[in-house]
Design a protein around this ligand. Structure first.
Ligand code: IFM
Length: 725
């Protein structure tokens, strides 16, 4: 049995927060993710299953992960009365996600409108041992009657992405107790095949039959149940797409036909895989159960969504748990989530980076379309790597749409990806990845920057104008300190990578030199850009100006707007907030987060003191709090560190921004881990080795985590009692 910090439990179902519950209780297995909707449905629910890479066209947002046919439907009829939480009487209720095991369960006692009482226990999982299998076990105990129990276990093709229909149904049917459904995405032509079957045990007189409802084939069973005796139904579903096999429906049917054993066997194999993940990836915090649970909750969702087979897909800001951001991939993955994978599951990190390698053609198309050389990564990326950020989006209750500039101008993404490649290489020592894939990413994005920077003859320096930095409250700005300094790092690093490649892998270097048109002058140019790129810094204090003219924007005392329940952007409006110094999320401080070793404490202090009071911490971006938590540890402000950390920990479990229903905040989850390990754990990785100087909050009794450094599994295990001896 797992303890309380491994469980997310709900003891009262509140229909008003059902969408948040669907996100919190989502399951995933690196291939697909399914929201925590109820098997029998509930009015207004948003059930969804997303499969990595199954994108389809959509207006405005270009493309989105298409919600696939729902494999959950499992309806119970008690003497003909349909069980649902909005009918009859719910006498007790508990829903629980066991993070350690990837199991979602519900136990409840229900009295039907006609007065029959049953105990219900439903458990489900999406198999981590076989990504194409999902299973549900449904137990019923009649408490005050003998009578007929019927289950209908369906595959529901009537699904949508919030009003957008993505599927053409190609066929459905039943054979030897297995029901199946075939469909195809309308724009991208990806075929989906699902097959399901139902098995009932613990009752006499069981009749299995199939129903052929339009778009919803159903495997059903009817049985006589006796008072006090448990009767159990098991639904097993297999899912494939044409991304893996030419005939996904045949593959799904075959998978079920060849399956040996039942629910318990599948469950055992599934649990064993989760054990393997946690053996390395867990971060242990003793003395603070709430925080421990939140950290594990975040890691669960990251692990649940990380692709372990597919090297052409990546993680969106909601992982596979919700509709928001349409499954597009942002810098959230490389900067916030990836370090967790790089250090604890390097194979998964490599897959995620391979997605960036495979989408280089899209990045090259973007650079070329903008008149630049090399590769310019999309701010929002999907299957091909082409830019899929919406350009104009409708505003609620307003006539005019709003222009979204991030796709055009949030350029730092190209260096964020390069940074993640470098970090991965430094931590793993995976030279073959670097030579075969990583170097090309770093070099071709450097080629892009070299053509993008502008020479200002008057000031005799390079600059980068008209950009958006991490703080999206300000757009179309010049010389964003974060972007410029990251580009400086990028130009320096590209030279290093190039020299390494020439020395260690000369054939590959020659091939890339030819293809990317790299010459001796290219390197000299990178060196020049690195030294002469402008960075607005006050040399006496180390204070960086977020962008040119930032200090002249209106300074606002955020305390004057308290208490509030919405972001400063919602309060002041997009245009007005842009005229102030208010930040949506750390921008200059992101430099200190990412390039910690390039700055000293004095300069961190100056920038911390300036920018923290001007940041919209609670209702700005969820990416901010973990960054502030980590930096507060660095600067020696334990109380602030813990305050920001708790804010990050509550992002979903407390539904701080009221948008957990749209999907969990995966970047915040990855940032939380970084705050634990690099912040409170004080882990530092250098080319010479690693060190850790833990500085946990005063009430933590233990902080322990594992990580791979250059192929070796390492451990930090700090305990308060050993410290005080
Ligand atoms: O990538 C982030 C960005 O930094 C802030 N807006 C939301 C995006 C997706 O999480």
């Amino acid at each position: 049995m797992s303890g309380v910090t491994w469980r997310v439990t709900e003891v009262v179902f509140d229909a008003a927060s059902q969408h948040a519950g669907e996100s919190l209780f989502a399951l995933g297995n690196g291939y697909l993710g399914t929201r925590g909707s109820f098997e029998e449905g509930f009015p207004g629910d948003w059930p969804a299953t997303f499969i990595h890479g199954v994108y389809d066209d959509v207006p405005i947002g270009h493309t989105e992960l298409a919600n696939v046919s729902n494999w959950l439907p499992f309806d119970l009829y008690v003497e003909g009365e349909h069980f649902s939480l909005d009918s009859g009487e719910v006498l007790n209720y508990q829903r629980e996600l066991v993070l350690r095991q990837g199991l979602l369960s519900r136990t409840l006692r229900w009295r039907s409108p006609a007065g029959r009482t049953v105990d219900i226990a439903v458990e489900r999982f999406v198999s981590l041992a076989d990504a194409h299998l999902c299973a549900i076990r449904y137990q019923v105990v009649p408490l005050d009657f003998d009578g007929q129990i019927e289950w209908r276990a369906g595959l529901n093709g009537h699904v949508e992405n919030r009003g957008v229909l993505h599927w053409d149904r190609l066929g459905q049917g039943a054979q030897s107790g297995i029901v199946w459904l075939r469909s195809r995405t309308r724009g991208t032509g990806i075929e989906l095949g699902q097959a399901g079957r139902l098995k009932v045990t613990g009752a006499e007189d069981v009749t299995h039959f199939c129903l052929d409802c339009d778009g919803q084939p159903v495997a059903a069973a009817r049985a006589r149940a006796r008072e006090g005796r448990a009767i159990v139904a098991e639904k097993t579903v297999a899912i494939f797409t044409s991304r893996e096999t030419p005939d996904p429906c045949a593959a799904a049917i075959e998978k079920l036909q060849n399956l040996r054993g039942g629910y318990n066997d599948l469950r055992t194999a599934h649990l064993a895989e989760w054990e393997k993940y946690w053996a390395v990836s867990d971060a242990i915090i003793e003395g603070d159960d709430e925080v421990q649970r939140a950290v594990r909750f975040g890691l669960f969702h990251l692990l649940a969504a990380a692709p372990w087979e597919d090297k052409h897909v990546s993680l969106g800001p909601k992982a596979l748990s919700g509709f928001a951001y349409r499954g597009h991939v942002f810098w959230d993955t490389e900067v916030f989530m990836l370090p967790f994978f790089t250090l604890t599951q390097p194979g998964l990190a490599r897959n995620l980076l391979m997605y960036r390698y495979h989408t280089l053609p899209g990045a090259r198309r973007k650079a070329a379309a903008n008149g630049f050389a090399g590769a310019q990564y999309a701010w929002e990326s999907a299957d091909t790597g082409d830019e899929v950020t919406p350009t104009w989006v409708p505003r609620q209750n307003q006539r005019d749409p709003v222009r979204i500039w991030t796709g055009d101008l949030e350029l730092h993404i190209s260096s964020d990806v390069a940074f993640a490649v470098w970090q991965y290489w430094q931590a793993t020592g995976d030279d073959s990845f670097m030579a075969d894939y990583g170097a090309e990413i770093i070099l071709d994005t450097a080629v892009f920057w070299s053509s993008r920077v502008e020479w200002n003859a008057e000031k005799s320096h390079y600059e980068i104008t008209n950009v958006v930095g991490p703080d999206e409250y300000h757009d179309r700005i010049n010389n964003n300190a974060f972007t410029n300094d990251l580009v400086r790092w990028h130009m320096e690093t590209a030279q290093q990578v190039w020299r390494w490649l020439e020395q260690k892998h000369p054939a590959r270097a020659a091939e890339l030199a030819d293809r990317l048109k790299l010459q001796t002058q290219t390197l000299a140019r990178w060196a020049e850009v690195a030294t002469r790129l402008c960075l607005p810094v006050d040399p006496s204090t180390g204070l960086l100006e977020q962008f040119e003219g930032y200090f002249h924007r209106r300074d606002v005392n955020l305390a004057e707007y308290e208490p509030r329940t919405v972001s400063m952007q919602a309060l002041l409006g997009i245009e007005e907030v842009g005229k102030t110094q208010i930040l949506k999320q750390p921008d200059v401080l992101m430099l200190f987060f990412m390039l910690r070793d390039r700055y000293d404490q004095c300069s961190l202090r100056a920038n911390w003191d300036y920018y923290v009071p001007r940041t919209d911490h609670t209702y700005g971006s969820s990416l901010g709090p973990p960054v502030h938590a980590l930096l507060a540890c660095e600067i020696g402000e334990p109380e602030a560190a813990y305050r920001h950390f708790c804010r990050a920990a509550q992002a979903d479990l407390g539904d701080v921004r009221g948008n957990t229903g749209d999907g969990i905040h995966a970047a915040s989850a990855g940032g939380l881990w970084q705050a634990v390990v690099f912040g409170f754990g004080g882990l530092r990785l250098t080319p010479e080795g690693w060190s850790a100087t833990p500085r946990p909050p005063a009430h933590w009794q233990r902080l322990a985590f594992r990580f791979y450094y250059r192929g070796k599994l390492e451990e930090v295990d700090w305990r308060r009692e050993t410290q005080s001896k």
